[in-house]
Design a protein. Sequence first.
Length: 296
Amino acid sequence: MSNSHPPYGEQPDPNVTPWSGPPAPPAGYPAYGQPGQAPQYGQAPQFGQAPQFGVPVPPQKSNRGLVIGLIIGAVVLILALCGAGIGLALVGNDDEPDPTPTPSATANQGSGTEPSSSAQPSEPPSEQPNNNNNAVTARYSSDLSSVCDGSPILNAATYSGPATAKAYVFSNNPERPTFWSSKIVGSDKRYYAKSADFTSVSVVGCMSMVPGSEGAPKQCDYKASDGKNVSVSYISSRYQLTFYAAKTAEKIGDGGTVNAPATRCPSFISYNKTTMKAYAAPDSGTIEAALDKFLS
């Protein structure tokens, strides 16, 4: 296809492909040759008449749109920043610890303040036996006889059952009811405890003479320390054996009765110089038998 075209006023060459003319102008612009009308095929525009071109006049530029756009952008940016700050604040609050009080704290209704959540767990119960004013601290093995008078021993072992218990036994004297003497048991017994190991004792056996159990006195003759001959009434009786927890002075068992025979005069005797009486001691074999039965 040739890009040449006939000059104005001439017919087109039949051997040449006709020129289709310039592309159609966009809407709003006048057609080539005449305003509002495109030239017809094969018809040249009139001689001496210049083609009319519609030159678009650009609208007058204004800065108002730019200013409005900048203002809108600034507002959007400010809102975005504020929204981000609010979001961070809300997220930050999620990291705060929950001020809900522990079940042990009671909320103060209507006070307007949160109750404390630092309530401490309760302390374990004291080992002191029921705050007994008569409780004592033993310094010697003989001090455990205070259990027979109703005084708990603060530094005694806790009674947790007969199978592992260590025991002491004391008995009083009818003429001196508040005086308690220790009764010795065999060292081969499982419940035996040395005098130095008194804090390991958890059981105390107390023996008191059964009122009215005295037997007929047996007269025993001795030579006193001053060289004079004396006659002493040696009296048999029965004792009641009761077991107590050393730490609390609470009764934990009954050992039954223990005989105190006076069939033979002992080689050594303690007697009352006023009444010239002496009471036989409880039988050691019977005491051990009662301990074996209770602490087995």
